[in-house]
Write a protein that binds this ligand. Structure first.
Ligand code: AHR
Length: 473
């Protein structure tokens, strides 16, 4: 009999699945949350971030030492960067949980806080990769201050390498998904799903969802791991990570109809191409092991790790620089997630949709500014502090992070590298005004003029012109 769910447990555990926008909206009714800056948290890989019904964001992840389970919380996503981190549990002095501690996930199941994690023995040699899934349980209502003890080992279908478990609730039933090496299949790990009877016991037979066979899944190692589930637009989207944990690491996607039998492998369709990969333009390498949450306005957020350099000395698994990163998750017209590209270091970017012509966004094609709706990454611009006083800002496309919007003498807007001149320093400065839900960027070099969209042109228009109003998204 699958696990019964209390209301609290349902909301707490379902947070990653079907966000609680109402709670999120309440927060945004107060002061706007600070803009997260990537990397959000340095040297925390495999990050799980979710917003609990207590209004806090909780974050856990793998530490470079792989020796402990940590947890932090904050009222805002940006606040996770500096939030105090509690150590909930440390690996043991000997035995099966005395070595690597990997990829924790915090869930509230039937009112109890449970943290799943993968662990192996110490002692050197290949035995350290005898990785199995365990859980610790908290004795109180506050996971940051409660006492944690080992609940036990996940009763997996085989006694083999298994890791990266997650749990989610769908239609009142709790599911468990994880990665495991299956006897007789020559891969590092495949993905499995089953209903959960109790935190460590499956309610029935496991279903194999995917085996890494495609070229982008088997680079370095044959890997399908780190499942994460999002329920949106009538479908369940399960992302997973593939290939070695270097720059070849990437996200794949399985999709099922929300009314399908999730335990029938044929209910899930695999995207033939990866949905999220290394991007040298934004300098993010090996993006993966993601989770999902919502921001303070209830908008979907992709949480993942990635390095900001490509070349790694030694085994990538022991390179500490898989940093936690966040970015908005958008959707295509048919409701499919559009992962775009990893946006790179710095304040998270926005899209600017013309209030006068919502089919057109501020965008660029190479170093040419355009007004249109091209690929998502071409519409994402990063706002950074300007050089003409506290209110001045600069705008830079994420794909050309060394280029900035510049208001030329003749009112033309262009993308230019920093010429290190007084003229550039003046013409690249704007002031952001927000009124009635729209933003305007007034050019400091052209008083009374602002960035505007006129047809497929981006140009300076009178700052009160409707063409100067954008919806920031
Ligand atoms: O970060 C440690 C392990 O490396 C994670 O469990 C897995 O997702 C990744 O391959």
């Amino acid at each position: 009999m699958p696990l019964a769910l209390s209301r609290r447990g349902f909301i707490g555990s379902a947070a990653a699945l079907s966000a609680a926008p109402a709670i999120a909206r309440a927060a945004s009714a107060e002061t706007p949350a600070p803009v997260p800056v990537n990397p959000l948290v340095r040297q925390r890989a495999d990050a799980q971030v979710f917003r609990h019904d207590d209004g806090y964001y909780y974050m856990t992840g793998s530490v470079p030492e792989y020796d402990r389970l940590v947890l932090r919380r904050s009222k805002t996503i940006a606040g996770l960067s500096t939030a105090e981190e509690a150590v909930l549990w440390r690996h043991e002095a000997s035995g099966p949980r005395s070595g690597f501690i990997w990829a924790p996930e915090l869930h509230q199941i039937d009112g109890k806080w449970i943290m799943y994690f993968a662990a192996g023995p110490s002692g050197g040699g290949d035995d350290v990769f005898r990785i199995r899934t365990y859980a610790i349980v908290c004795d109180g209502a506050d996971p940051m201050t409660g006492k944690w003890r080992v609940l036990g080992e996940f009763q997996a279908p085989w006694d083999s390498f298994n890791l990266d478990s997650t749990s989610f609730v769908h239609k009142g039933v709790r599911y468990f998904a994880w990665a495991q090496r299956e006897p007789g299949i020559d891969t590092n790990s495949n993905l499995y799903i089953a209903k959960l009877e109790s935190p460590l016991k499956l309610a029935g037979k496991a279903t194999r969802l995917t085996v890494p066979t495609l070229d982008w899944e088997v680079r370095g190692y044959k890997v399908a791991e780190a499942p994460a589930v999002l329920h949106r637009n009538g479908r369940l989207f399960m992302t997973y990570s593939a290939s070695a944990t270097d720059a070849r690491y990437c996200l794949g996607l399985l999709t099922a109809d929300e009314n399908a039998d999730l335990l029938d492998a044929s209910s899930w369709t695999k995207s033939p191409q990866p949905v999220f990969v290394t991007n040298s333009a934004t300098s993010v390498y090996g993006p993966g092991h993601n989770s999902f949450t919502v921001d303070e306005k209830g908008r979907d957020i992709l949480v993942y790790h990635g390095r900001d350099y490509e070349a790694i000395q030694g085994d990538p698994l022991f390179n500490p620089d898989r940093h936690t990163r966040v970015q908005r998750l958008y959707y295509t017209a048919d409701g499919t997630p559009d992962f775009g590209v990893p946006v790179g270091n710095g304040p998270t970017p926005e899209r600017f949709i013309s209030a006068a012509d919502p089919k057109r966004l501020l965008a660029h094609d190479g170093d040419r500014l355009i007004a249109g709706n091209p690929l998502l990454p071409q519409t994402q611009f990063r706002q950074t502090p300007g050089r003409a006083g506290a209110r001045s800002v600069m705008l830079s496309p994420i794909l050309l992070p060394d280029h900035f919007l510049v208001a030329d003498k003749d009112g033309v807007l262009t993308l230019q590298k920093d010429r290190k001149t007084a003229d550039f320093a003046l013409r690249s400065q704007f002031v952001r005004f927000e009124d009635q839900g729209a933003v305007r960027f007034v050019a400091i070099a052209a008083p009374g003029k602002a960035i505007g969209i006129d047809g497929d042109q981006v140009k300076l228009v009178r700052s009160r012109d409707p063409r100067a109003r954008f919806h920031a998204d």
